[in-house]
Design a protein around this ligand. Structure first.
Ligand code: NAP
Length: 281
């Protein structure tokens, strides 16, 4: 018989404090929901907008009404493409917490269009948020993450990338070349951080989704022929669902994932492997 340290708590987050950027909707909100349901003590969600139907406040209100949760959701508005605003976010978090167990760098931006007329602002916006912003988030939260991590139970950084970072998905009229480049950079940033921060009891991994219906993805889903057609293209015959992101995030952030470091997990039903024709990823 094998002895496990905490089999019943293998996928639990009891007592943990997490920060999820872009937590007001989409994949970030799915992640925040999963963390609270898995026992997290506090989940801080961040995004630019506090008010309105897409803002942080409405998300916090919904999260705190989840049945059976022991922890709480808290919102802090910040633009995580802006270094000064990240510094302010760190200070805000420090007002109530000395340590941070989990950082999910999820907020991301995209832009699509033909190659040559690409406006330079779109490339700056993408790189500032998806690469430089993620680097600075990790850098500036490292002291708080290091304070929480131990050899047995390291703190976690999860970077939400995209299978666009490992495939050449969209070129031409609706090309997303700089987005794909930014996500490839995010993968490699995660590997660098795995080695830089692993000895300081912080692991870093990347989650690379394919299409999950969301504000960011819905426009491209329609351009590519709609959800039905994309589902038909996917080996699993469906797009991503909230449970899919919840499962992978819990694996990586709970005791189950404590020895996983520098890994890219594709969350795509296998569609990235559909070569031999021009796949609709
Ligand atoms: N959905 C997909 O199919 C898919 C596939 C592959 C990868 N991804 C990746 O998954 C992540 C989440 O995407 P999603 O589909 O969930 O998008 P979404 O529904 O549009 O949500 C994006 C979130 O990020 C926040 N955000 C955007 N810019 C920000 C900034 N500068 N500072 C702080 N927060 C910011 C948004 O709130 P505010 O607008 O209020 O700031 C919102 O909370 C992104 O990194 C995306 O690239 C998504």
């Amino acid at each position: 018989m094998s002895e496990f340290k905490n089999f019943d708590g293998m996928f639990r987050l009891d007592g943990k404090v997490a920060l999820v950027t872009g937590g007001s909707r989409g994949l970030g909100l799915h992640t925040a929901t999963a963390f609270l349901r898995a026992g997290a003590r506090k989940v801080i969600i961040s995004a630019r907008k506090a008010e309105g139907p897409q803002g942080i406040n409405q998300a916090v209100e919904k999260l705190n009404k989840l049945p059976g949760i022991k922890g709480e959701a808290v919102g802090i508005a910040a633009n995580v493409a802006d270094t000064e605003d990240i510094e302010r976010l760190v200070k805000e978090v420090k007002k109530t917490e000395d340590k941070l167990d989990i950082l999910v760098a999820n907020a991301g931006a995209t832009w699509g269009g033909p190659f040559e007329p690409t406006p330079d602002w779109s490339s700056k916006k993408i790189l500032d948020l998806n690469v430089r912003g993620v680097f600075n988030l990790a850098r500036l939260f490292t002291p708080m993450l290091e304070a929480a991590g131990t050899r047995e139970d390291p703190s976690r950084i999860i970077i939400v990338s995209s299978i666009a970072g490992v495939t050449v998905s969209h070129v031409g009229d609706h090309g997303t070349i700089m987005y794909a480049v930014s996500k490839a950079a995010a993968h490699h940033l995660s590997r660098q951080l795995a080695i830089e921060l692993g000895p300081r009891n912080i692991t870093t991994n990347t989650v690379a989704p394919a299409f999950f219906p969301s504000k960011l993805a819905n426009g491209l889903i329609e351009i590519l022929g709609g959800q039905r057609e994309l589902e038909d293209n996917n080996p699993r015959k469906r797009l991503g669902e909230p449970d899919d992101i919840a499962g992978v995030m819990l694996f990586l952030c709970s005791p189950a994932g404590s020895y996983v470091n520098g890994e890219d997990i594709s969350l795509d039903g296998g569609v990235r492997l559909s070569t031999g024709r021009r796949g609709k990823l």
